[in-house]
Design a protein around this ligand. Sequence first.
Ligand code: FAD
Ligand code: MLT
Ligand code: ZN
Length: 493
Amino acid sequence: MKAPALSQFLEQAVSLLGEGAVKTAPSDLEPYCIDWRKRFFGKAAAILFPSNTELLAKIVRLANQHQVALVPQGGNTGLSGGATPDSSGEQVLVSLARLQQVREQDAVNKTLTVEAGITLLRVQELADAMGLLFPLSLGAEGSATIGGNLATNAGGTAVLRYGNARDLCLGIEVVTPTGEIWNGLRRLRKDNTGYDLRDLFIGSEGTLGFITAAVLKLFPKPAGLVTALVRVGSATDALALLQIAQAQCDAALTGFEYMSAQSVQVVIDHFPEVAKHGAQIIGSAGSDLSDSVLIEISHPASEGAAKEMLESVIAEAITQGAASDAILAQSMSQTKALWHLRETITLAAAEDGVQVKLDIAVPVSKLAEFITEMDREMLAEFPEIRLHNFGHFGDGNLHYNLGAPQSLAKGLSAEQRRAAYRTYIEQNEERLRRKVHDRVVAFNGSISAEHGLGQLRKAEAWRIKSSVELGLMKTIKQALDPNGILNPGKVIS
Ligand code: FAD
Ligand code: MLT
Ligand code: ZN
């Protein structure tokens, strides 16, 4: 039975939003209560679908009145459990999916103002129709919302040229935890009028306010775009290749993604068709398979200029011994095939079974050293562990993921394999995670470069961050959300 305050809140929510916008049946709630990786299983009292900012503000005021906890949710593609409610069954999910308006398109100012529930893919399409580019790009872009992207300060594959979600946003509209509306939808590139509230809400993972709309920064579309998959011998080679590419291409270098041999092996294991095109260069299995780098060049002049630039980078890398082979995409379909290989790693890993999923950053100059030392240390203690690391090498950001030993799966069906891997990971996760994070700290790095703390990394943040830093964060949270109703249990609350 629901507590009286919760029942009253839900009754009043129905009168505010209408019955169709308040769902309470367990079968309706289930998909929203499990995260994308199926690591967090929560229970909610309801999910609400307000259709505009004013209605959402009223709901938040009501929640304060009845002391009901609210959990913001966008596309539910987050990888840190930030949008999953706890197991009490008393929290209420609030989906931003019905906030779908395009508020303003300004091709001269190169800005697009949209509401939070619009998907990233739709934003890219809107920018494209304006003859411009919105460069944020990530594997979940078909479902992830722009509100979720900003709430997590998402990174993706073009950060080294265009920056992360924070850098791509000029203004936001927010419903505060006490139910006020702050219209910060300024389309300004410069504005030093006091504390930067926009940057406080961006990356706050739904703990400081609901982001309901945003002004996004657009860019000219490059005239030429080419991609190559380059075979490298190691992470050290990858760093040398990056130096060559940056020296020769400067801002034209828009993507530099590293894939360890074992991260590609997971794609080969579960989606062999996807890995087919790349296999010509990086090998097909076992010891034959090498580490690789996906490079993207965007040139303002022409396709030919982009191609010439990339060919020159590859030639120099081969001369210096940083690369041994490469395939340059000759058509848009080949480009897509190479990117598809990179973007399928996450899906293939999910198909394989549960992994320890990490999201670390160290200075770019230290990343190769980090990988080499970490791999050595890891294999010394866990000789059979699979090093599925890959990621945004050009940003110093690596998903240093760890897969359970394949020997555990011998003779098992797919379902049994996943169960065996889950047991192994659950038993060893804390030790494995700490091992990597301790080295990250020694390298002066970050335990979350782009996915956020959510509930997955909260304990580790408490372990690692200084009391001064945690204290400042708590002061901000307390000042903005005195009743503690917004996304409790996440980040630091
Ligand atoms: P959700 O998962 O719904 O929510 C994420 C967090 O934001 C939660 O804490 C939630 O409470 C909060 N939130 C959501 N909407 C709002 C809002 N409007 N206002 C306030 N708080 C809100 N991430 C990267 O950074 N880089 C990648 O390359 C990348 N690739 C991915 C690839 C795959 C296949 C998958 C599944 C995920 C990937 N992600 C990546 C993670 C994920 O897509 C991003 O974190 C994304 O920004 C989340 O958006 P969402 O709308 O799904 O948010
Ligand atoms: C990526 O870089 O593909 C994403 O961050 C997803 C992941 O870490 O699996
Ligand atoms: Zn990533």
